[in-house]
Design a protein around this ligand. Structure first.
Ligand code: KIV
Length: 262
């Protein structure tokens, strides 16, 4: 996959599959699948570091994770997430942040929101770095949005999200993630753009889908968002395996003779 291929895929009507990943061993498994691309999302702040939101993600957190994913998946198309406010500084510092993600192994960067970002996006694109946009529920703005809520339910916000999608395309984005918006709006936006819309909680009328790896593997013990489909009950399987190991140790059935050196 390459950035221009995202647009070709849309022209051909071929959906794009994207998954988040933050570590080397998961990346190596993903690399053996047909998945099209990997997002080293700032959701790492919550999934890997246990923070309440993505506001705690920093470039210092994201760059080593991106490098780990690149080591696990040497040939994958990797998108590195620009963390909280890392794109809301002077252009020189923005480029320094982009440099860190790209030199860690990203092929492109993703940044949230359109308002106040259009010149920055154009500058990053003009500097030779593909940019993926992100609209709808933009988790870095959770405090302004008043929670993790579906966006674009009212006429005014529907209109605004659509306008912002057109602006992101014009600024040079090669694709846009649309998070938690009504399926009808996502479909309408996808139909008005020549770049692909990758949905998460945005229905089935878009050009691709992204899920958080740990969500779709059922690693969460809490309640999943409505849009998550679990493809595995990972937490249960891992718990069972760990309990079995514990039982084997206390019963002295592990290690066996075969598992020991003579
Ligand atoms: O950080 C992330 O994982 C994301 C996806 C939810 C799209 O931005």
């Amino acid at each position: 996959m390459t950035a221009p291929e995202f647009i070709t895929r849309k022209e051909q009507g071929l959906p794009i599959s994207m998954i988040t990943c933050y570590d080397s061993w998961s990346a190596a498994i993903i690399a053996e699948t047909g998945l099209d691309c990997i997002l080293v999302g700032d959701s790492a702040s919550m999934v890997m570091h246990g923070y309440e939101s993505t506001i705690n993600a920093t470039i210092e957190m994201m760059a080593p994770l991106t490098a780990a994913v690149r080591r696990g998946a040497p040939d994958a198309f990797i998108i590195g997430d620009m963390p909280f406010l890392s794109n809301r500084v002077s252009l020189d510092i923005v480029l320094e942040n982009v440099r860190q993600l790209m030199q860690a192994g990203a092929n492109a960067v993703k940044l949230e929101g359109a308002r106040g970002n259009l010149k920055t996006i154009a500058h990053i694109v003009d500097s030779g770095v593909p940019v993926m946009g992100h609209l709808g529920l933009t988790p870095q703005s959770v405090n302004q949005l008043g929670g993790y809520k579906v966006q674009g339910k009212e006429d005014q916000t529907r209109f605004m999200i659509k306008e912002e999608a057109l602006q992101l395309e014009k600024a040079g984005c090669f694709a846009i993630v649309m998070e938690c918006i009504p399926g009808s709006l996502a479909k309408e936006i996808s139909g008005s753009l020549s770049i692909p819309v990758i949905g998460i909680g945005a229905g089935n009328g878009v050009d691709g889908q992204v899920l958080v790896l740990q969500d779709m593997l059922g690693m969460n013990t809490g309640k999943d968002p409505k849009f998550v489909r679990r493809y595995l009950e990972g937490a249960n399987l891992i718990r069972e395996a760990l309990d079995q190991y514990h039982q084997d140790v206390i019963a002295r059935t592990f290690p066996s003779r075969k598992e020991s050196y003579k």
